[in-house]
Design a protein around this ligand. Structure first.
Ligand code: URA
Length: 216
């Protein structure tokens, strides 16, 4: 029997695009994943695609994406240096006659949808093997922590995720700023610190590797 080929990103993506494991495939335009980068330092993980992302097939290209771009500028990071994706790959919808994108509005993914979609994320993390995982909002943070986690409590506090041998940096979801401007100051401070951490990861890789080795 021929040896099994190691999985690569294009094969993973082609399989994802055909996924019909849950009901979200009935209303999606397409499954959405990030634009491939080789060895990205940072993996930014959001919740699920919204209407615009579902149509364009790119994560964070709608209103929340504009805020994400602002904060990447503040952290002095370029989108090209970062891989961006979501916990759930298809847009969770609810029927609505006020939806901007078709007859549906966005909603949060259910626990069942997150669980069903998780093998895609697990493989994606293994394929990209980032140094730093930035969680955007409560859904990805809860995924990483394995239970309900409040971003208000953990934002800006780095921790190590053994499963994927990666540092995790929790941030508020960019859309949180659309609804609650009082978070702006904390958010900007977290983002500046994230930029510093990324520069330190690049300039002092041995220091961070030693910290990881200690945790192994
Ligand atoms: N919000 C998310 O969490 N992900 C997107 O891709 C867009 C908006």
């Amino acid at each position: 029997m021929a040896d099994k080929q190691p999985l690569d990103f294009p094969t993973w993506l082609a399989a994802l695009k055909k996924c019909r494991r849950c009901g979200l495939c009935e209303t999606r335009t397409q499954a959405v994943a990030g634009e491939y980068r080789e060895n990205p330092m940072i993996f930014m993980l959001g919740e699920a695609p919204g209407g615009r992302e579902d149509q364009e097939g790119r994560p964070f290209c709608g209103q929340a994406g504009g805020i994400l771009d602002d904060f990447l500028r503040l952290a002095e990071l370029k989108r090209e240096e970062v891989y961006i994706s979501n916990v759930v790959k298809c847009r969770p919808t609810r029927p609505s006659n006020r939806g901007i994108y078709g007859d549906y509005a966005n909603r949060k993914p259910t626990a069942e949808e997150i669980k069903t979609c998780s093998p895609w994320l697990e493989l994606e993390l293994r394929l990209l093997a980032p140094k730093l995982l930035v969680t955007l909002g409560g859904v990805p943070l809860s995924y990483v922590m394995g239970g309900s986690a409040a971003v208000g409590r953990y934002h800006g506090q780095v921790f190590y995720w053994r499963t994927h041998n990666v540092w995790v940096y929790p941030l508020y979801h960019p859309a949180a700023l659309i609804y609650d401007a009082s978070k702006k100051e904390a958010y900007e401070q977290d983002v500046r610190r994230l930029g510093q951490m990324c520069r330190d990861l690049t300039e002092n890789p041995q220091k961070w590797q030693a910290l990881l080795d200690d945790k192994q």
